[in-house]
Ligand binder design. Structure first.
Ligand code: ATP
Ligand code: MG
Ligand code: FE
Length: 341
């Protein structure tokens, strides 16, 4: 079964071919970083326009690279949401158009279910139950996936997503966009215990997250001590600040994930989404998982951030789960999708 996946929920235009839900045939991502970086964040209208320009060339490239003609594709899987509405509509309309013209089934995919699926790109999918942390630019949530494969959200952020906190702090420090990877790199040469930033644990036993407090704490710190980039001779190293911020974010992510692993007594834990590319998060999770003797599933760096392979993979699962029934071509894009999966 050959599925063409299409993803345009944010600032990546992506298309990929995946066979039988696991064999990657081709994988194309056109990033818009250069378009948005002058603004320090994604500008929705510019993202939509760029998707319009890129969508057909990207789909064509995925077919060409896979050596496949569109008529040999069995179904189209496309991100329906959550994401930027104008951006989503571009991919969804393109997929609908192709599905209609070629009389192929359309499969609507939840972007977060896609991110989760990426955890199994390079691994054999384990039997449920499992716990999954989705930690990205717009979401931070823990899911318990039961033995029947249905996901239940058991904790989520009450304010900023972890990736959003990285991006906002990077902007505050004048490090540009996207910020996560820059902070990660700086932090590798910093002392994580140089400064103590507040970790929000919330009520006892809560699996929810909160990252806006730490962002504010960094803002106050910078207000007080200034920035090297503003010409100040600062009494601190930017590397230490980055490492200390990162320590607080990663610390809470790992603690709550492991608390969920213990609460639900699972033997498998998956972590996915853009922030799963973070080197400190990956290393700490590996240590904790080994210590608890649970299996950790984490995508290779390429499949942490947005891509269409994960959409094609998730599309296959969705399609299989409902006996290969197709979605109606009338369906609409959704900017918010409660509970994620
Ligand atoms: P969502 O999936 O919630 O709709 P999104 O698609 O914009 O949001 P992703 O593409 O999954 O998000 O991830 C992008 C986010 O990941 C950005 O916030 C970025 O800063 C963060 N990120 C990427 N690499 C790293 C890293 N090495 N360390 C920390 N954060 C990172
Ligand atoms: Mg992106
Ligand atoms: Fe994403």
């Amino acid at each position: 079964m050959l599925i063409l996946g299409v993803e345009t929920s944010c600032d990546e235009t992506a298309a990929a071919l995946v066979r039988d839900g696991r064999h990657i045939v081709s994988d194309v991502v056109a990033s818009q970083i250069a378009v948005h970086s002058p603004y320090g964040g994604v500008v929705p209208e510019l993202a939509s326009r760029k998707h319009v320009e890129n969508i057909l060339p990207v789909i064509n490239e995925a077919l060409r690279a896979g050596g496949v003609a569109l008529r040999h594709v069995d179904a189209l899987a496309v991100t329906q949401g959550p994401g930027l509405i104008g951006a989503l509509l571009v991919g969804l309309s393109a997929a609908k158009g192709l599905a209609y013209a070629m009389k192929k089934p359309l499969i609507a995919v939840n972007h977060l279910e896609g991110h989760m699926e990426a955890a199994f790109v390079n691994a054999q999918r384990p039997d449920e139950p499992l716990v999954c942390l989705v930690v990205s630019g717009g979401h931070t949530a823990l899911y318990y996936v039961g033995a029947d494969g249905t996901a239940r959200c058991v904790g989520s952020t009450r304010d900023d997503a972890a990736g959003e906190a990285y991006d906002k702090v990077a902007k505050l420090l004048g490090l540009g966009y996207p910020g996560g990877v820059v902070i990660d790199r700086l932090a590798q040469n910093g002392n994580p215990s140089a400064f103590s930033f507040p970790k929000a644990h919330l009520e006892k036993g809560s699996l929810d997250f909160s990252f806006s407090g730490i962002k504010t704490a960094v803002a106050y710190f910078v207000k007080k001590h200034g920035l090297p980039s503003e010409g100040f001779t600062t009494p601190y190293r930017l590397e230490d600040l980055a490492a200390s911020f990162q320590e607080a974010v990663v610390g809470v992510l790992v603690e709550k994930t492991m608390a969920a692993v213990e609460r639900f007594q699972v033997r498998h834990v998956a972590v996915a989404g853009g922030v799963a590319a973070n080197s400190r998060l990956r290393a700490t999770l590996q240590e904790e998982a080994a210590y608890r003797r649970v299996n950790l599933y984490i995508p290779s760096i390429r499949y942490c951030t947005d891509n269409a392979v994960m959409i094609a993979m998730a599309g296959y699962r969705v399609w299989q789960r409902r006996g290969f029934a197709r979605d109606p071509l009338q369906l609409d894009a959704v900017s918010r999708w409660l509970n994620g999966a």
